[in-house]
Design a protein around this ligand. Structure first.
Ligand SMILES: [Zn+2]
Length: 263
């Protein structure tokens, strides 16, 4: 991450100067095709470049609106990708159009025309790194609803009716679920999905998943989603081979072993 700091000291939001208790992070994208940081961040520090249009956000009410965010991710004058912190992290921002302003850090990813995969991958990675840093710094879990985008905030009734970032991420095979998973991975979490406890007699898709994973280790189960005697025998054998409690029940430790070993 290329993290720079340039507070929007002329913005009314900054001038209010209050603090908040952080509960989460809200990811935004700008909704306009202009990937250049200088469109929003001002004055030129020698890296941003000059914005001749005077429409940056370092003024009391940019575009005649009360709006301000904690950071922008976009392009420097030389084309490199950077992150600019524009408000103290614990200062309430004006990004959500709802109660999320009090508690959520909000940052904007500068949109281009939404089709450039190279640009998308670079700013997505920058956003993952920024969110990872903030989650670690403020003890925020990279999970829903602590790490959300604007449109998820709308669904939670804590933000206004905007579509960002889900009009963009899926075009490049990403989502807020992949985003949260990527942050969790960067934070060193071992991903243990929320699989249910399974025992003999259980039926369903989770049983199929378990049977399939067991077969990856050389068992020869019919993947029928029916936890019968053959499945139980295979599971107990797997537990025995892997130093797990041999109880024939697929609980968190067995799931964790099955999931982690197949990577
Ligand atoms: Zn937004």
């Amino acid at each position: 991450m290329n993290l720079q700091k340039l507070f929007l000291t002329q913005n009314e939001c900054y001038k209010e100067g209050t603090t908040m208790t952080l509960v989460g992070i809200m990811v935004h994208s700008t909704g306009a095709s202009n990937p250049n940081l200088k469109r929003y961040v001002n004055p030129d520090d020698g890296l941003l470049g000059h914005n001749p249009n005077n429409n940056h956000w370092n003024q009391p009410q940019p575009d005649n609106m009360k709006k301000c965010v904690h950071a922008f991710i976009g392009k420097l004058a030389n084309g490199d990708i950077a992150t600019y912190q524009t408000l103290p992290w614990d200062m309430p921002g004006w990004h959500a159009g709802g109660s999320a302003n009090n508690g959520y850090i909000g940052f904007e990813i500068c949109e281009d025309n939404l089709t450039d995969k190279t640009y998308f991958d670079a700013v997505y990675q920058e956003a993952v790194e920024l969110t990872t840093m903030l989650c670690e710094q403020y003890n925020i879990k990279p999970e829903y609803p602590a790490v959300i985008c604007h449109s998820e905030g709308k669904s939670l009734n804590i933000a206004s009716n905007h579509t960002d970032v889900m009009h963009w991420f899926p075009k490049h095979n990403k989502s807020m679920d992949t985003f949260r998973a990527d942050v969790a991975k960067a934070m060193g979490y071992v991903t243990v999905p929320n699989y249910p406890l399974l025992k003999r007699g259980d039926k369903g898709d989770a049983v199929k998943t378990m049977q399939s994973k067991l077969n990856d280790f050389g068992y020869n189960l019919t993947i029928d989603g029916d936890f019968g005697p053959a499945t139980e025998t295979a599971l107990k054998d797997y537990q025995q081979q892997n130093g797990l409690t041999v109880d024939g029940i697929c609980g968190p430790n067995t799931w964790s072993a099955l999931n982690n070993q197949d990577e």
